[in-house]
Ligand binder design. Structure first.
Ligand SMILES: *Cc1c(COP(=O)(O)O)cnc(C)c1O
Length: 485
């Protein structure tokens, strides 16, 4: 024990560590503020960790171990540890990231990036007062999503629209409003789970909706719906399975058949479309998305309402949009849940601008749509430039390979887009270690790990990010073992 106390005596005090951390902070400006109490916490935690290490090396520990500990303390180990805690704190939370996963609608990375004009519109209203829920001409209170509704009725063959937090909220609101306490009929093959544990049966249960499963997993005909109708039936729901396809001996009732059956029996019909593909005039065709259904077709089928996300193929902020017949949309709006699910002013501003861009024939400018359409040749040129630059970084090896990327977010699961990637390897690092180190860079970089390789897919690099990516990778020490993330 006498030996270990020698090491303990060399540990810096809490105050000394806190002062060093504060001095480090003072050198950088413009980052998130950090309270002093947190610095004290970091210093204490690091010293406790050091004491634990000294303790571990206690009775019976060899001289060599003791010397190593002393050397670690003298080399500023505790301060480095406390600084690492500070770095982790400053790198926590919602930060801008570089997406080189190639997945355009990457849910983990926030799906569709906004158009710069949508960003400006949101920033403008964030820092001040805004015309959110009042009609500026009459001075009277109105609905905050009135403008969104107006724009959607111009864009799509629908009478009215409303906007809530996300598509899951839109589905919840529709189910609760149209069949709360009564029955919703859904095809068994469409009782889907969407990423993030959005399970249709669970949502129905919470919405107070009784679920009637119709047909079999692979085959549901409209006759099966007709046979399942009863006195408590209220809603026929069509769900786009999004993230999977049933192939082969399969059949489903079409939205048109379901809308007609509902109408004949005085029931409601709704279509959870999810990804919200919209083909607009003046924009490149989205035919490369294959059989991914689109909003015009969904509405023309005659269903009462269609629900979709704002941040998937539409290319705007996170939102859940309901479009369809005016009286049915009004019914959803009257539900008290609508108030609980409503959107914030910044999102509404971004959404309005996104819809205005779609209406102005500028759809191809929306980043998500542009990235999905990015030509393989353009991606290859990017990949070659990046690979060439990275090959010159000591410790890195980079190679260009042809690959395929997916749209993401469960949109068009069958669709593979031709792309080119930079396969990256770093000295002495496993692929998962390398990927973790990329995520730990000052601006996190998210690559794809596929078949034991780290792949950088430049399809999802936005304007200005190529240089930033190279700078981040050049500034990192790849030779030696590097800092453990
Ligand atoms: C994505 C999706 C949802 C959930 O949408 P969020 O906007 O993520 O809430 C619901 N239904 C379908 C069919 C989807 O594809």
């Amino acid at each position: 024990m006498a030996d270990t106390s020698r090491a303990l005596r060399h540990l810096p005090s809490v105050d000394k560590l806190v002062d060093a951390l504060a001095a480090h902070l003072a050198r950088s400006t413009g980052e998130a503020p950090i309270p002093r109490a947190l610095l004290v916490e970091f210093a204490r935690a690091e010293l406790q960790e050091a004491r634990r290490r000294v303790g571990d090396a206690g009775p019976g520990a060899g001289d060599e171990r003791e010397r190593a500990l002393l050397a670690w303390i003298e080399a500023g180990g505790p301060l480095a540890g406390a600084l690492a805690r500070l770095t982790r704190e400053r790198g926590a939370g919602l930060l801008r990231a570089i997406n080189v996963s190639g997945v355009v609608l990457n849910t983990g990375l926030g799906r569709a990036p906004w158009h710069p004009e949508a960003v400006r519109a949101a920033a403008e209203v964030a820092g001040g007062y805004a015309v959110v829920e009042v009609d500026r001409w009459s001075g009277e209170r109105n609905q905050r999503d009135e403008r969104v509704s107006e724009l959607l009725t111009r864009l799509l063959p629908c009478e009215a629209a409303l906007a809530v937090n996300n598509c899951a909220a839109a589905v919840l609101l529709a189910l609760q409003s149209l069949s709360g306490g009564r029955e919703t009929l859904v095809s068994r093959g469409e009782l889907v789970e969407i990423g993030g544990s959005f399970r249709m049966p669970a949502v129905m249960e919470r919405a107070g909706v009784q679920l009637v499963e119709v047909g079999t997993t692979n085959r549901t005909r409209i006759g099966d719906f007709e046979a399942a109708l009863g006195p408590k039936s209220a809603l026929l729901l069509k769900v786009h399975p999004s993230n999977f396809r049933i192939r082969g001996f399969a059949e489903e009732a079409s939205p048109k058949e379901m809308a007609e059956l509902a109408r004949q029996h005085g029931l409601f019909s709704a279509y959870d479309l999810g990804s919200g593909r919209v083909d607009v005039e003046g924009a490149a065709s989205l035919d490369f998305l294959g059989d991914e259904p689109d909003l015009h077709g969904a509405l023309q089928s005659g269903v009462d309402v269609v629900m979709f996300s704002g941040d998937k193929l539409l290319g705007g902020p996170q939102a859940g949009l309901v479009v369809g017949r005016a009286e049915v949309v009004a019914k959803l709006r009257k539900n008290p849940l609508y108030r609980a699910l409503r959107l914030d002013k910044t999102i509404l501003a971004g959404l309005e601008r996104t819809l205005e861009l779609l209406l102005a024939g500028r759809a191809d400018e929306l980043p998500a749509r542009a990235l999905l359409q990015r030509a393989a040749a353009e991606i290859e040129a990017l990949a070659r430039r990046i690979a060439e630059a990275l090959s010159r970084v000591p410790g890195l090896e980079a190679l260009v390979l042809p690959e395929r990327s997916q749209p993401g977010s469960g949109s068009a699961p069958d669709v593979y887009l031709d792309t080119f990637v930079v396969a990256l390897a770093a000295q002495g690092r496993s692929p998962s270690r390398l990927a973790a180190e990329l995520r730990a860079l000052p601006t996190p970089v998210f690559a794809r790990v596929h078949e034991g390789r780290v792949l950088l897919d430049p399809r999802t690099l936005l304007a200005g990010e190529e240089e930033q990516l190279l700078e981040l990778l050049r500034a990192h020490p790849w030779t030696g073992t590097g800092p453990r993330p």
